[in-house]
Design a protein around this ligand. Structure first.
Ligand code: GDP
Ligand code: MG
Length: 177
């Protein structure tokens, strides 16, 4: 606890969900360590990373959970979702099947988290404009339909990565403060 701050401490659990290989692990490593990994290897070991975000002069700890590759087996456990106050549902703008899966991920999320959980739809790999398979308008439309925030990102060139995570943290903060 930051007793010297004289204020409250905030710890927000945020989960990353979405099909395998959409870039969840790289979004997290870009946000938490400013790193990108070109090798498409399954996530190993790390359950979550904590990143401090400052909002209105308050230090907020964003504890961001990454799947350990369980999504390949369509079996993300309920422990993964437990206590989550935010979720980023990620698809790959160059792979339509990952966009088609979004509704299924939303259903699963809805089965584990209440409606107060802040949700953002994230179209990752927007650097791959030349092989785009999902129009930005489709992402926007789905987000509007489902009541989600929306952003396109690139973990590769950093576009909107910090902005997306910080927006989710800010919205959670606005909800609880
Ligand atoms: P995860 O399975 O959802 O965690 O996806 P990964 O983070 O492991 O990424 C899967 C593959 O996509 C890897 O080869 C990454 O290098 C690549 N990748 C991730 N994010 C981006 C991005 O924003 N742009 C591009 N071009 N490739 C990406
Ligand atoms: Mg991963």
């Amino acid at each position: 606890a930051d007793d010297d701050q004289g204020g409250e401490d905030y710890l927000f659990k945020i989960v990353l969900i979405g099909d395998s290989a959409v870039g969840k692990s790289n979004l997290l490593s870009r946000f938490a360590r400013n790193e990108f990994d070109n090798n498409s290897k399954a996530t190993i070991g790390v359950e979550f990373q904590t990143q401090v975000v400052e909002i209105d002069g308050k230090e907020i700890k964003a504890q961001i959970w990454d799947t350990a590759g369980q999504e390949r087996f369509r079996a993300v456990t309920s422990a993964y979702y437990r206590g989550a106050v935010g979720a980023l549902i990620v698809y790959d703008i160059s792979r339509r099947t990952s966009f088609d899966s979004v509704k299924r991920w939303l259903d699963e999320l809805g089965g584990h988290c209440d409606t107060a959980t802040i949700r953002m739809l994230v179209g990752n790999k927007c650097d791959l404009e030349n092989i785009r398979d999902v129009h930005v308008g489709e992402g926007k439309y789905l987000a509007e339909e489902e009541g989600l925030f929306f952003m396109e990102t690139s973990a590769l060139d950093s576009t909107n990565v910090r902005t997306a995570f910080e927006l989710v943290v800010r919205e959670i903060y606005n909800n609880v403060s």
